[in-house]
Design a protein around this ligand. Structure first.
Ligand SMILES: Nc1ncnc2c1ncn2[C@@H]1O[C@H](COP(=O)(O)OP(=O)(O)O)[C@@H](O)[C@H]1O
Ligand SMILES: [Mg+2]
Length: 261
């Protein structure tokens, strides 16, 4: 039974997609079976793993709307790569259309419930907003990872995010937990980055991963080749850091109680 993990931060450019791609890629290298769900209409997680999303005729939008036979929407990939439930063209309209649907917050939950027994991990990459798509991601999840960019405005918006997670927990999905905040794009030569890191580690009201993701050009280059960092440059410091994150995620997952059914 898969543990379902969403990467969430309503801010764009904080490393959600990069973390979703590389975390899921490394989990597959550890022989886990993994599904990557691309909940962001921009489709960066899908294209970052080499899919041409403009040529896709169906994907997550169609899966959410149909709610049945979800398998046909999943793209199977070669060994040691995650399967992908890609963003499709129509996903951009979904947050508006969902408003009118019954059980609108539970649509992704229902979709994943049908296939979660087949995976060890399902990783969800979220859009940069707290709209209905992200809420669907939260409701479908057991655990949340919050990527936080180590820069000056990093902490802004985090209390709103934590409050949203609390509201979802109280009203829609009681079992959801924050696995941790993940510091990203850290530049240790930068004094401000060091300060922000310290501040998050000391004051963030939820766990913070020990692993800190460094700023690294290789991490930014890999998606343009449609590759994870492990397939692009497995000896880089970026690869090392995501390997260490994935190991923390595996060990924190093992500490969980049995996931909900
Ligand atoms: N650790 C890193 N070092 C350098 N560049 C990074 C790093 N993580 C992400 N990036 C780059 O920063 C940009 C935003 O990252 P992304 O993962 O797409 O964020 P989000 O999904 O939160 O919008 C992308 O161009 C990405 O390649
Ligand atoms: Mg993204």
């Amino acid at each position: 039974m898969a543990i379902i993990i969403s990467l969430i931060n309503q801010k764009g450019g904080v490393g959600k997609t990069t973390s979703a791609i590389n975390l899921s890629a490394y989990l597959t290298l550890e022989n886990k079976s993994v599904l990557l769900v691309d909940l962001d209409p921009q489709g960066n997680a899908s294209s970052g793993l080499g899919l041409d999303i403009r040529s896709l005729e169906q994907g997550l939008y169609e899966a959410i709307m149909s709610g049945r036979n979800i398998d046909r929407f999943v793209i199977k990939t070669p060994e040691y790569m995650p399967d992908i439930l890609p963003a499709s063209q129509n996903l951009a309209g979904a947050s508006v259309e969902l408003v009118h649907l019954e059980n609108r917050e539970y649509r992704l939950y229902e979709v994943l419930r049908q296939i979660r027994t087949r995976y060890d991990f399902i990783i969800i990459d979220s859009p940069p907003s707290l709209g209905l798509l992200t809420i669907n991601g939260l409701v479908a999840s057991d655990e949340i990872i919050i990527p936080v960019q180590t820069e000056y405005f990093a902490l802004e918006g985090l209390s709103q995010l934590l409050e949203t997670i609390m509201l979802v927990k109280e009203n829609l999905q009681p079992d959801i937990e924050v696995m941790g905040a993940l510091l990203t794009m850290y530049d240790r030569r930068n004094r401000l980055a060091r300060q922000v890191m310290k501040e998050v580690q000391e004051h963030f009201p939820a766990p913070v991963f020990e692993t800190v993701i460094p700023r690294s050009v290789r991490l930014a280059e890999a998606p343009s080749f449609g590759k994870s960092i492990f397939h692009f440059d497995s000896f880089s410091k970026g690869a090392r850091s995501y390997r260490s994150l994935a190991r923390e995620v595996i060990s924190r997952s093992q500490q969980r109680n049995t996931p909900k059914t």
